[in-house]
Design a protein around this ligand. Sequence first.
Ligand code: NOJ
Length: 738
Amino acid sequence: MKLRFLYIALICLFNQSFSQNYEAKVDSLMQLMTLQEKIGQTVMYGGHWDQTGPFVGADNGKYIREGNMGAMLNAMSVKGTRDLQKIAVEETRLGIPLLFGYDVIHGHRTIFPINLGLSASWDLKMVEESSRIAAEEASAEGIHWTFAPMIDVSREPRWGRISEGAGEDVYLNNEMGKAYIHGFQGDDLSQPNTILACAKHYVAYGAAQAGRDYHTTNMGEGELRNVYLPPFKAAVDAGVETFMSAFNELNGVPTSGNKFTLRDILRDEWKYDGFVVSDYTSINEMIQHGFAKDSIDAARIGMNAGVEMDMMGHVYRLHLQKLVEENKVPEAYINDACKRILLAKFKLGLFDDPYHYIDEEREATTAYKPEFLTKAREIAAASSVLLQNKNNALPLSKNIKKIAFIGPLVKDESDIIGNWAAQGDRGGKAVSVFEGISEYLNSNQILYAKGCDILKDDDSGFKEAISISKEADEIVLVMGEDHHMSGEAASRTDLKIPGIQPELIKKIREANPNKKITLVLMNGRPLNLSDEVNLVDAILEVWFPGTMGGAATADLLFGTVNPSGKLTVTFPRNVGQVPIYYNMKNTGRPIPESNPKEDYKSNYIDVPNTPLFVFGHGLSYTEFKYSHFKLSSENLTFSNTIEASIMITNTGNSDGHEIAQLYIHDKVGSVTRPVKELKGFQKIFLKKGEKKTVTFTISVEDLKFYNSEMIYGVETGDFEIAITPSSDFKFKHSFQLQ
Ligand code: NOJ
């Protein structure tokens, strides 16, 4: 105990003289720490709120008291965290505060659309606002740290976790990651409304074989560096405080024991100075991978590779001390890990006041503030994508006599907030589509039938659904996935709308051959909608839109808000096309435009190569015309930049947002380059009849890639360029780099 007071005195002294000198503070604290106490800082166990992995028993109170635990996950609330923090601060030798982490992924109480949906807004400001609000709410409940953002590029719709990221594109994942990080961490981590962010899952987890979660990843270093690593490098540059290693193995080496990615790249090349936490028992799982012979070996491999905190695994607590004593793990690694973890605690201000995230008043008044809900409604609308709108089925008129709302998700208040919805309420707080449309229609205009469940094959509700559909003037179906069908451990081999919902759609069309039918979809991944595009007129993809999702959906259906989202992931025609993404390679036998079915070309004999909906696709109730493309010069050099611009005119009948996308194609490279690559985008608002010119500045930085020697650079030659409304276009303009 005496030492603890000595330490507090030291801290106070430092506070007076070197208020920002965290390093010095940490160094002096570490001089007082035993090896076992340092190892204690590298250990994390779970509280009792949520279980987010296999059950692992842990005696939290005991471990904290003994100085054998530095952080906790899934522990929250003012009361809960105060009780635990009190043990750490008052009953341990040095009184080092605990760090509380939680999966605040797309909102904490106020839930925003799932991240794949958020990315479809292509609105970095909104994405940042969503994570700022999430940080406000989470920090008010004692949370210091979120395990987000997930910046795994993924081209795998079978993989349930595609819902947690920004889709298939590298550039978008870079930009979205930075926006989330800034929203969570703010500009000053010592403010109690900011939390540490965590770049996860490092790395290539989104490329799991066959889309099966936790599965093997194999890829060449070129693909790793050009596609999967860049968002993590961008996160380092954006100042992300923590990283999470992943579950998957990469080219035979598990990523939680991968010295190449963790030490050589992350530490040595990128100079990252935050700390790395394992995923949930991912250090132990190296035994099942066949990479570690037992848990002692796993602890050795994990720490030596550069994983500095063990989430739930028991292996650092139990084995690191002995491993250091036997010279199997350098003590310097433990010192580095401990130092980085303590630094994070200092930055959060926990040494100035271990309880400064623990504030009853904030806890009672922060969740679901009206302004958060207003934002959530706006963001949910901006994240939705109008995939199809035949016969101008949408927007709906408020004067339609009767509209039939059919489907298992019409009245739902649970699936609507999606998976990984933190502490989001799945009952009273979430606004269902039914509640949303009730703001627009009188009850005598609304007909409702559930029709069926998402997962059961009982069709006894079809009769009522068909009967009300016949009574109605127009029909809106609200269908999709159950929220458990995306997120962790939710891989699917079938991308169809699940259960008997497709059958019901068919029956409703048969019963109403000439009526306008709209399908509102809630789901966490690209679906195979090949049948539905022919059965319904309009398709509005709202993802899992969050707490205000029903209200936002109604705003879109009735045209109060004009849809503006665009896909950040390709929707295939069927699962056999997977992986399918916009920036593929050309192959030596691309299909000729004049004859896509030509023999001995890289095509399928049963479906076209093209997807059902391309990356970047999204309709609006108005129309935009792109014209007057200009390049300031057709010659780029290493020292100048060139400007590409285009005029966009709103030629339709309503105001709206448009997302203009810049694509470049490097025609010939020392390694082959993708057929097109997104290099920029701008979201603009145009009133009816208004025109604006959007301009992008292009420099050699935009053209760099890793070559076969893993050198990052640019090669001279010819490049094609376009500014377009989606990735479905042919290049017409080019420039040269000399
Ligand atoms: C496992 C997941 O892979 C990870 O994303 C999450 O942060 C942890 N569990 C903690 O819940």
